[in-house]
Design a binder for this molecule. Structure first.
Ligand code: FAD
Length: 399
């Protein structure tokens, strides 16, 4: 028989119904609060305008400020990186994306894709040349894997790298590359006679161009670009010594997806908070709409999904900090948390009625952004297939 303790007197906290904060260390809470404060001061006042204009005008300045806060490559060790825990990094992603997925994308691509690739696969020269400047936000990086005809199946990439004397010569085209037009360095994946190989490409190299992609209706406050590689000649030392085979870029994507597991939860939290505030103040039929059972059911369901998603993110973060996190578990988190975040945003939008489609509120912006998040770093279908294979033992990627 279990013994009953004294009655629990801690009140219900609508922002933290499961008391998840009690599972976080003081250091983790401090990181979260710092990033939350930075977003409130520097990003929230402008983000709707940037989104409406389809620009990220202060990207370089923001990168330097985020560098000062230690947010760039923050979970990497050495070379000026902060070396925080995976959970602290996740909490930072959550707060950034509660502000806007585009801002989180800037940080994810910098830290988890470009810097991670250089840290994990680069030579000592690559690391010491690029990582300290990237950690400080003095240099921006991008990661070029996707091509016009190679998205979910990057193994079918057409960009080539051929040897010419001691040099490499790269030709091809990448698409949908975050940070491309503002990058100082691009990590580019190309096909050689030996297979897929990663290269560190300074963007000033002749033959390299990164025109902006326009007419996006999602991630509008994020720089998205094509990369054009037209006889880009690089020294032999530009190849990432350990960055060979498709597993190399896929392991970088796994890092970035981990941040998305947290980030999407931030967007969902923002939508839930907005809907709750709105429902309490908006009156129809002589009562706040929060007093109607249908609205309460929506709010309760949203709260369930937001806080379940947070528990999933935290659990995966603890596994990652213990070096026990598997890629299929990251797929589990990305698939669930992004899908549910999108659903939370859609429900929040209905609670706001017509105001739900206005940029005066963050909800439609998060909803539009999450459509990209559902697709990049592996589409929801790809993560479903990863889990399907893990469950059944049978891969179904090729029909
Ligand atoms: P496709 O692969 O053509 O897929 C189309 C549809 O078919 C999807 O629903 C997909 O799930 C489905 N599908 C494909 N194969 C199968 C299958 N075997 N079984 C079932 N369904 C299948 N890429 C980078 O390299 N770097 C970046 O920085 C970057 N940033 C991005 C930023 C934004 C805003 C966006 C939108 C994309 C970005 N991407 C980036 C590209 C992104 O990773 C790709 O869009 C993604 O991998 C999907 O590729 P695709 O768009 O070509 O879709």
């Amino acid at each position: 028989m279990t013994q009953e303790g004294p009655p629990v007197t801690t009140p219900f906290n609508p922002s933290d119904p499961l008391d998840i904060d009690t599972l976080l260390s003081d250091e983790e809470l401090a990181v979260r609060d710092t990033v939350r404060g930075f977003c409130a001061d520097r990003i929230t006042p402008h983000i709707a305008d940037w989104f409406e204009r389809g620009e990220l005008p202060a990207a370089r300045e923001l990168a330097r400020e985020m560098g000062k806060l230690g947010l760039l490559g923050m979970h990497l060790e050495g070379y000026g990186c902060a070396g925080t825990s995976a959970v602290a990094y996740g909490l930072a992603c959550l707060e950034l994306e509660a502000c806007d997925s585009g801002i989180r994308s800037l940080v994810s691509v910098q830290g988890s894709l470009a810097m991670f690739a250089i840290r994990r696969f680069g030579s000592e020269e690559h690391k010491s040349r690029w990582l300290p400047r990237m950690a400080a936000g003095e240099a921006i990086g991008c990661f070029g894997l996707t091509e016009p005809d190679a998205g979910s199946d990057p193994g079918s990439m057409r960009t080539t790298a051929r040897r010419d004397g001691g040099d490499w010569v790269l030709n091809g085209r990448k698409m949908w590359i975050t940070n491309g037009s503002i990058a100082d360095v691009a990590v580019v994946w190309a096909r050689t006679e030996q297979g897929v190989q990663g290269f560190v490409v300074p963007t000033e190299t002749p033959g390299f161009a990164a025109p902006l992609m326009h007419r996006k209706l999602s991630l509008r406050a994020s720089v998205t670009s094509e990369l054009i590689l037209d006889d880009v000649r690089l020294p032999a030392s530009a190849a990432l010594p350990e960055g060979t085979g498709l597993r190399a870029p896929l392991s970088c994507l796994n890092e970035a997806r981990y941040g998305i597991v947290w980030g999407a939860t931030g967007a969902a939290r923002s939508a839930l908070e907005t809907a709750l505030d709105y429902a309490k103040s908006r009156e129809q039929f002589g009562r706040p709409i929060a007093a109607f059972q249908l609205t309460q059911a929506k709010l309760a369901d949203m709260a369930l999904e937001v806080h379940k998603a947070l528990l999933v993110a935290l659990h995966l973060g603890r596994l990652k900090d213990e070096h026990r996190l598997r890629p299929d578990q990251v797929s589990f988190g990305k698939l669930n948390n992004v899908r549910e975040a999108l659903d939370v945003c859609r429900t929040a939008r209905t609670i706001l009625g017509a105001n739900g489609i206005s940029l005066e509120y963050p909800v439609i912006r998060h909803m539009a952004n999450l459509e990209s998040v559902l697709t990049y770093e592996g589409t929801s279908e790809m993560h479903t297939l990863v889990l399907g294979q893990a469950l059944t033992g049978t891969p179904a990627f090729r029909g």
